[in-house]
Write a protein that binds this ligand. Structure first.
Ligand code: ZN
Length: 125
């Protein structure tokens, strides 16, 4: 049994995965290609888009919210500084803002989190 390369016409062994003539990947027997999942729509990798910061930002908001740590994690430098000043001025009572924000972060889905805080840059709550 031999198969012919669709690109250069070279004869290839039945089990060959790549053409001996042009190195092009050969179609699998019967045209079945397990690596190609055509029917699956494009999956959005929310984690890669910033949702991986959700847990860290949420926990920091709850534990270190008064210092604005969660805002720095999300890249909100201005808001982080403001939060830090509020926290210092209020002797930590301003941390209630971070606490609430941290809980909000953790209750959001990865998609909501990315859309709200990474894409829309929502600085507060
Ligand atoms: Zn070939």
């Amino acid at each position: 049994m031999t198969r012919y390369c669709t690109k250069c016409g070279a004869q290839n062994d039945e089990m060959a995965q790549y053409c001996v003539g042009c190195q092009a990947p050969l179609p699998s027997i019967g045209g079945y290609q397990p690596m190609q999942s055509v029917n699956q729509g494009p999956m959005t990798d929310w984690k890669a888009m910033g949702a991986d910061k959700k847990i860290a930002a949420g926990l920091c908001g709850i534990l270190l919210g008064w210092a604005g740590v969660h805002k720095f994690i999300l890249g909100y430098t201005t808001e982080g500084v403001i939060q830090l000043v509020i926290g210092l001025v209020t002797c930590g009572a301003g941390g209630i803002i971070g606490l609430i924000e941290g809980i909000i972060y953790l209750t959001k889905s990865d998609e909501e989190f990315v859309r709200t805080y990474i894409q829309n840059k929502k600085g507060w709550f």
